[in-house]
Design a binder for this molecule. Structure first.
Ligand code: ZN
Ligand code: ZN
Length: 267
């Protein structure tokens, strides 16, 4: 274990103040019986933590929100087909590619989340240098890792001010992420006469018409797709769907022309 990395906590030992690593500090921590929030109406804390069950759940939920909405935000980052800001550029460092137009509100929310998650992980690895981080250091993977495995570590942290700082920044970031995810959510457009034309293979070996209804979806990237309510694999780009519809629709003039071409050539 690389002990140089270990953060040291100040612990009062009689008249003296001692500096001890996390693993010692956590054993010496004097936990209060009540949750560190709700000052007016004290609520019992979970044993050997600073938080009540509701606050523990809220802290978990904040990390969860960041993990669960990350992909949606990444989709919403590109602001295709809309006025783009050239002030901020995307991740590319290749000058020949030039600035990538991105949605700065989304990138701000992602920035908040990234720094909240990373500062939590940063302290965690100084407290527990023995810990192995997930291979993938993406913000969503780390947020998920904390939500699943390290909420107890945060809730029982020897420095209450660290827990308070993490709670505040992660809750802020989660709010921003959730707000932007809502803004970025695909817009669904209901379509008339839109039953799915695909077939589903039933176990008996037959093919039955899919019972699903089609919904037009405008993705945050500006791309349009048509998706089936029964089977997401019955998804096609909207322009292809409209072409199919145009071909299906009875168009007398077009049909006549086709027939004409077909038969006139032969005579
Ligand atoms: Zn509480
Ligand atoms: Zn279908």
């Amino acid at each position: 274990m690389n002990t140089d990395l270990e953060y040291k906590y100040r612990i009062n030992a009689g008249a003296a103040v001692e500096l001890v690593p996390y693993r010692v500090a956590v054993l010496l921590t004097d936990y209060q019986p009540f949750c560190m929030y709700h000052a007016e109406t004290p609520i019992h804390a979970v044993r050997k933590t600073h938080l009540c069950p509701a606050c523990t759940a809220d802290l978990t939920k904040a990390f969860r929100l960041i993990a669960d909405n990350w992909t949606g935000l990444q989709d919403g980052l590109a602001r295709a087909g809309r006025a783009a800001s050239s002030e901020r550029v995307g991740g590319s460092t290749d000058p020949s590619i030039g600035p990538l137009p991105i949605n700065t509100d989304v990138s701000d929310a992602m920035g908040l989340a990234r720094s909240a998650v990373w500062s939590t992980v940063g302290q965690l690895i100084q407290d527990r240098p023995d810990l192995r981080l997930p291979e993938d250091h993406s913000t969503d993977v780390l947020a998920d890792w904390i939500a699943r495995r390290h909420i107890d570590y945060l809730a029982s942290h020897p420095a209450r001010e660290h827990l308070a700082a993490v709670f505040a920044t992660v809750a802020d970031a989660a709010r921003a992420v959730q707000h932007q995810a809502y803004q970025c959510a695909p817009v669904e457009v209901e379509m008339k006469h839109s039953h799915c034309h695909q077939f589903t293979d039933d176990p008996a070996g037959g093919r039955t018409p899919c019972p699903g209804q089609l919904v037009g979806i405008l993705l945050p990237s500006g791309r349009q797709v048509v998706e089936c309510s029964a089977d997401p694999l019955h998804r096609i780009p909207a322009d292809a769907w409209f072409q199919i519809q145009a071909r299906r629709a009875p168009r007398p003039a077009r049909t006549m022309n086709t027939l004409k071409r077909k038969y006139l050539r032969r005579t």
